[in-house]
Design a protein around this ligand. Structure first.
Ligand code: GYE
Length: 326
């Protein structure tokens, strides 16, 4: 009885909480009139994430897709529960951004058994099972790490540095961007003997954690730090005031490298307090809608779709950077 009630409550909240966010006014029916897409978002931890949610909502309206969107507030169990509700509701397509890579086999097997195709948005999963998902629409995080490392090598050359001490503030442990941004960066600097990573520390993609990590790193290594490589803008923006409080000038005393390219970070780049921001676009909504429409029509889709991304840095005139929109 309790179980049934909890399920019904969850089911109702999915319906009432999510549909107003899409701007859809009329009650949605899962019939042949339209495509019903269930999307489980990770949370609201960053400007990137908020921009990604907004883009998906706007594109669902542009494409006439009925969107059920749920915010998991940074919890994998909430994402698993949301996917189960989408299955119970018999949506046409499920999409989700997995907060971490592991732990999805059971719920995705349930989706597969129900015959509902699943699209990975933004982040990947790690599994031994086949055909649990149809495709991944998201950035090439490994390449973002490589671009960050290559920038650092150019910067060290231009400053004539003979030794470079790096501290790395990483994103959510075991998430795809954390794993791949770390690996790409490490590979890019591996053959440069000037480079030493003093420590990598988990900042969970959060501004508050970025500040906390920075306080610890300054206490531990203060005058030794030449570079901060931060896996997202939020953690960078949390770290900068801590550097200034310690009497150091970010962008001059310490080279600051960030990832995402949200407007706030670009504004700080323009002030000279960030040296480099590798772009990671949150605008994945158009590809998501087009892919979902194709899947409903039974068409083939590409297994991986990566957006093209660029690097913003003090090597260019920052005034040339167009407004970012997130
Ligand atoms: O870099 C970060 C967000 O998965 C690409 O998640 C995304 C990352 C993004 O919270 O700001």
């Amino acid at each position: 009885m309790r179980k049934t009630l909890a399920f019904a409550m969850g089911f109702l909240s999915a319906f009432f909480i999510t549909f107003p966010m899409t701007g859809c006014q009329k009650k949605q029916e899962n019939n042949d009139e339209g495509l019903l897409l269930g999307f489980s978002q990770i949370g609201s931890e960053s400007a990137w994430r908020i921009g990604n949610t907004k883009d998906i909502e706007e594109q669902s309206v542009n494409y006439g897709v009925n969107l059920m969107i749920e915010n998991a507030n940074q919890k994998q169990e909430n994402q698993i529960a949301a996917i189960r509700r989408f299955i119970a509701y018999k949506v046409d397509v499920i999409a989700f951004s997995p907060i971490v890579e592991d732990g999805w086999d059971n719920v995705l097997t349930e989706a597969k058994d129900a015959g509902i195709p699943v699209i990975l948005v933004d982040r990947d999963i790690s599994t031994d099972k086949e055909d649990l998902t149809t495709c991944l629409i998201g950035a090439d995080f490994y390449n973002e790490g490589v671009m960050a490392g290559e920038y650092l090598i150019r910067k060290a050359d231009s400053l004539g540095l003979d030794h470079v001490n790096i501290v790395e503030i990483t994103g959510t442990e075991n998430s795809t961007p954390m794993r791949q941004r770390q690996a790409g960066f490490a590979d890019a600097i591996a053959n440069d003997e000037r480079m030493t990573v003093l420590e990598s520390i988990d900042g969970d993609f959060l501004k508050s954690r970025g500040a906390e990590c920075m306080r610890y790193l300054l206490d531990t290594y203060k005058d030794e730090i030449d570079v901060i490589y931060s896996h997202n803008d939020e953690m960078t923006l949390g770290a900068l005031p801590e550097i200034e409080s310690a009497g150091l000038v970010p962008g001059k005393d310490i080279i600051i490298i960030s990832i995402d390219g949200g407007q706030e970070a670009i504004d700080v780049l323009k002030e000279g307090k960030i040296n480099c921001v590798v772009e990671c676009t949150p605008k994945l909504g158009r590809e998501l809608m087009e892919t979902a429409i194709k899947l409903k029509a039974g068409e083939e889709v590409d297994s991986v779709i990566h957006p093209i991304e660029q690097v913003f840095s003090d090597e260019m005139n920052p005034e040339d950077i167009a407004p970012r929109g997130y």
